[in-house]
Design a protein. Sequence first.
Lengths: 241, 200
Amino acid sequence: MNDRSQLGHRDCGADAAAYALGALEPGEAEAFRRHVATCVVCRDEVATFQALADTVALAAPQLPVPRRLRHRLISSIRREPRSGRAATARLPRRAAWARWLPAGVAPAAGVALVVATALAVGFVLSSSKSGGNEVGETRIVQASVATPTGSAVMRLSPGSAELVLEHFPPPPAGKIYEVWLQRGDRAPQPTNALFSVTSSGAGTVYIPGYSRGIDRVLVTPEPLGGSQAPTHAPVIVARLS
Amino acid sequence: MLGSNLPTRLARLRERADEDLMDLVGKGEARAFEVVFDRHGGVAFSLAYRMCGRRAMAEDIVQEAFLSIWRTGARYDRTRGSVRSWVLRTVHNRAVDALRRGVVRESRNMSDHQAAERIVAPERTEAEVGRRDEAQRVRSTLGELPAEQRQVIELAYFGGFTHTQIAEMLDQPIGTVKGRMRLGLTKLRLLLGDLAEVRA
């Protein structure tokens, strides 16, 4: 069985359709899932094809629900106490950034968050050196990442910010990571911070244009040279407010 | 007193969005689950029946799927798509499992309309009429695809066959089968337009 993580996205595009239709062999499906976790292009394709497969489901002749099925089901759940709900991690509501994504990208944004390993818990560690005085204070903000490996934190000091990455996958072939700044629900503003990571997945990126009032720092894969508006779902979202 | 408040409570729940209901289901609110089932049980049962062709089997698949949803309701993530999509994927996965266990293949040769005719209720609700119209539109759009593309999509999605099985059945290379799936879905996207995103 091929390990699809070794393949470029051009080799696995056809698999995205088969995967969405549930037609890959079990071993292939697992390998493809691993690949999708690291390939933004395939992730977009899977999201698009998955939505289409959902629509295909609607082609089935529509029948009323048998009453006995409803009765049986409702009786079952009333007898069955549920457990472990509170302990189940909840994903955040649709993020504000999803609204400005191009129509075809929006489903992918959801998929991207599915594979997030560090969700938007947004915990903030403060290492105030002056008893809460802004001057000299450094804040560390954990960012959400939509990759199976890697972590990202924002290191915020008055007037400056850095994004520090560890074990982060490189951008897809032919792409580069671009940093965006977002205020409230407004469209993200591009920066000239375009970057990749070292072979070990490390990177420290200065965030140009950072100032008070920036609510989120986003990173998306973009064509080489960057974009004026995001074309992909973010792989990093750092909530600063 | 609780009994007298029940209709009002249910009525209020029925006014709420699917995503809000799933929040309540995640907290163990059985009434919210009932509303979710009432909204999506029909499309779920229709899919299961289309896939396995047996009423009892379809009921079992839907029951298992919704019980799974009840048990894992807190895992619903609205950023991944609509509640209906989530329900349909859960049902589809369970039906594929059943099909691949090989227990329901032989009886699926009756036409869709024959099947519908046999089960149809004396009167349909407004929601059911809406579902039927939507289904006809999707079926009609599927019918616009080249036959070879529609065939592989239906064999895969409704038949639960893998691309390898389909390639053997059609005596075509695996690459051709996968390519037809991709082309078919891509064309379907163009044809369906707004309908391509499943809405609750």
